[in-house]
Design a protein around this ligand. Structure first.
Ligand code: AMP
Length: 286
C-alpha cells in the first residue's frame, strides 16, 4: 500500500490506474465501521483509495478538533491489511492552501439537526472537502456509513445537484454487541459514560418497538424513545423523512429516527431507518 501526501502524486497515480476506483473518505482512528467500508470497496472496485484527513473546516469547536483521536501508523497498517492500494493522507496546507476561499453548501438539508447542533459551517466543511477528494481521486464509487445519515443525505443531494460522476455506496452502521454504534469518539468514554452511551441505541430500539406495536404518531414514538434513555437528555431526538430531513407527524412508509446526546464531554449520534407499509393515498389513517 502506498501512502500519498500530495494532490499531484494522487492524480498521477489515478492517471495510470486501470479499472474502477473506490474511495473511502475517513478522518482516521479506524474501527469496525471503517473496516466494513474498506472491505466493501475492496470487493467492488479494482483500485481502493482510503483517504485520511481530519478536516478542520467541519469542526466548529477547536477543542473538539484538538481532542479528535489520531493514530496514522495504526490506520495505515489496518488499511494495508484490508487490501487498500493507497492511503491518501494530505496535510491541512495541501487541502486548504493559503488564500483558499471556496465553499460548497447544500441549502436546507444542512440547516437542521446536526446543522443546528454542530453549526452552520459543519456540512459546508464536509461538502467542500468531499468535493475536493472526489476531484482529486475521481472514484467510480465512494463509500459512506449510514451512521452519519444526514451526511449521506447532504452528499447525495450535492452529487445530484452538481452532476458529480460518482456513485455513493452506503453501508449499514456497525455496532458493538450491546448495541453501541462504533465511533472514533467512543475511546473517550470512561466506563460509566460507556454504560450511559447505550441510551442512544436503546432509544432507537424503543422507537422501533413502538412502531412495530402499531404506534403511528411521531410524537408518541419520540416520547417512548426518550423514556428509554433513562435520564440521558438528548440534544435532539427526531423522526424525519430520510431524504429531506423534514420532520414528520405521522409514521407512514420510511422514517428516520435520529438521536444525538452528550455523554460527559463526548458527543454521540445514532439513527435507524424504519419501514412501515405505506398507507395508500386516500385511505383512512386511523
Ligand atoms: P469518520 O472517520 O468518522 O469521518 O467516518 C468515515 C466513514 O465511516 C463515514 O462515512 C462514516 O459514516 C463511517 N462510519 C463511522 N462510524 C460507522 C459505523 N459505526 N458503522 C458504519 N460506518 C461508520
Amino acid at each position: 500500500m502506498r501512502i500519498v501526501r500530495t494532490n499531484s502524486e494522487m492524480r498521477a497515480f489515478v492517471r495510470q490506474a486501470s479499472g474502477s476506483i473506490g474511495l473511502v473518505p475517513t478522518m482516521g482512528a479506524f474501527h469496525g465501521g471503517h473496516h466494513s467500508l474498506i472491505r466493501a470497496a475492496r470487493e467492488r472496485c479494482h483500485v481502493v483509495v482510503v483517504s485520511l484527513f481530519v478536516n478542520p473546516a467541519q469542526f466548529e469547536e477547536a477543542s473538539d478538533l484538538d481532542a479528535y483521536p489520531r493514530d496514522e501508523a495504526r490506520d495505515a497498517a489496518e488499511a494495508a491489511e484490508l487490501g487498500a492500494d493507497v492511503l491518501y493522507a494530505p496535510s491541512v496546507e495541501e487541502v486548504y492552501p493559503r488564500g483558499f476561499a471556496t465553499s460548497v453548501r447544500v441549502e436546507g438539508l444542512s440547516d437542521v439537526l446536526e446543522g443546528v447542533e454542530r453549526g452552520p459551517g459543519h456540512f459546508a466543511g464536509v461538502c467542500t472537502v468531499v468535493t475536493k477528494l472526489l476531484n482529486v481521486v475521481q472514484p467510480d464509487v465512494a463509500f459512506f456509513g449510514q451512521k452519519d445519515a444526514q451526511q449521506v443525505a447532504v452528499l447525495r443531494r450535492m452529487v445530484r445537484d452538481l452532476d458529480l460522476p460518482v456513485e455513493l455506496a452506503v453501508l449499514p452502521t456497525v455496532r458493538e454487541p450491546d448495541g453501541l454504534a462504533l465511533s472514533s469518539r467512543n475511546v473517550r468514554l470512561n466506563p460509566d459514560e460507556r454504560r450511559r452511551a447505550l441510551a442512544l441505541s436503546r432509544a432507537l430500539r424503543a422507537a422501533e418497538a413502538a412502531i412495530a406495536g402499531g404506534e403511528r404518531e411521531a410524537a408518541a414514538v419520540a416520547a417512548a424513545a426518550r423514556e428509554a434513555m433513562n435520564g440521558v437528555d438528548p440534544e435532539y431526538l427526531a423522526l424525519v423523512d430520510p431524504d429531506s430531513f423534514q420532520p414528520i407527524t405521522t409514521v407512514d412508509g420510511r422514517v428516520l429516527v435520529a438521536v444525538a446526546a452528550r455523554i460527559g464531554a463526548t458527543r454521540l449520534i445514532d439513527n435507524t431507518i424504519i419501514h412501515t407499509a405505506a398507507t395508500p393515498a386516500g385511505a383512512p389513517t386511523t
